[in-house]
Write a protein that binds this ligand. Structure first.
Ligand SMILES: NC(=O)CC[C@H](N)C(=O)O
Length: 304
């Protein structure tokens, strides 16, 4: 397979495509990022790296961090975790409140905000230093100590957390948040404000493409059964109310964030990260989705 040729063809197509998406503005600091940024980094298990554009520039990973948080919670807890958060697609926007009211405060899945907030509540209960432990965990997955939060993004989101506060209050009223809501929110925003590049995310997600083993030393750090489950949740819930469309067009498990990043993976083959800040109306990177659709079409390598 000539990956280089395919990646170059995607790069060439992008230069002539006009985007219609908008950079996220409800977290004001995210709006300061140039809309024309674009990076792509493909990391193949057996045949190396292919990339272009701003693939080494760090950006706000936002909801991509929900995968790391879920993984850590699944390592700490057994199936009882899924009594507090379900594993069904929500079909609603990522920050929606409506289902929680008639589903007794149990979020549909761990990749919408409500679900990730419950996961953060679990992490606060189980870990003495959840912020440090999570950062250590991500640094280990990425084999890179140079991963940290962006303080400006953290402060900016903290000041505009009306929705997430509402979600926490509603779930607390149903008894599904055990800790102080300010502490849970603080951890959640901390994770969302972590910065990583496409290259770093492709490396960190390799564990999900490699059956739970770190590719760089083959250490099994996540049991393969749990990796199977995490990949399944990425496939069905990784793109909020656009999970069906992502499966239809791209055909890979993955996760997006409102910083414009998308990570996707093909178990046993590769991980790929794209970054383009303008988002479509569902909150997913418009050109990111387009590029990934081209990748799986031109390589013929999707899980379908
Ligand atoms: N979809 C996202 O990336 C949302 C994350 C963002 N920090 C929020 O809570 O709204």
């Amino acid at each position: 397979m000539n990956y280089q040729k395919i990646i170059t063809s995607i790069q060439n197509q992008l230069s002539s495509i006009q985007y219609t998406g908008k950079v996220a503005s409800y977290i004001p600091e995210l709006e300061t990022i140039k809309a024309t940024k674009f990076g792509m980094h493909l990391h193949c298990i057996n045949s190396g790296h292919y990339h272009f554009g701003d693939n080494t520039e760090k950006f706000s990973i936002q909801s991509i961090s929900k995968v790391f948080a879920l993984t850590k919670a699944m390592l700490l807890l057994g199936d009882e975790l899924f009594e507090r958060v379900d594993v069904e697609p929500s079909g609603d926007p990522f920050n929606s409140l409506v289902q929680l009211e008639y589903e007794s405060g149990i979020p549909r899945n761990p990749f919408i905000n409500a679900g990730a907030l419950v996961v953060c509540d679990v992490l606060v209960s189980k870990l003495e230093n959840p912020k440090n432990d999570l950062l250590d965990f991500i640094q280990k997955l990425a084999d890179n100590k140079n991963i940290a939060i962006n303080r400006k993004v953290f402060d900016s989101e903290k000041k505009h957390s009306y929705r997430n506060m509402s979600l926490l209050n509603l779930m607390k009223s149903f008894g599904n948040i055990k800790n102080d809501i300010d502490i849970v929110l603080d951890l959640y925003i901390h994770l969302c404000s972590i910065e990583m590049s496409c290259e770093e995310l492709s490396k960190a997600f390799m564990v999900y493409a490699n059956g739970g083993k770190l590719l760089y030393n083959q250490e099994q750090i996540i049991p393969s059964r749990k990796v199977k489950r995490i990949n399944a949740i990425m496939l069905t819930c990784g793109f909020y109310d656009e999970a069906g469309e992502f499966g239809f067009r791209v055909g890979l498990p993955g996760k997006s964030g409102v910083g414009g990043g998308i990570v996707a993976l093909y178990p046993g083959q590769y991980t790929v990260t794209v970054w383009s800040p303008p988002l479509n109306p569902k909150g997913n990177s418009e050109l990111g989705m387009y590029s990934l659709e081209q990748l799986t079409t031109l390589t013929g390598l999707s899980i379908f």
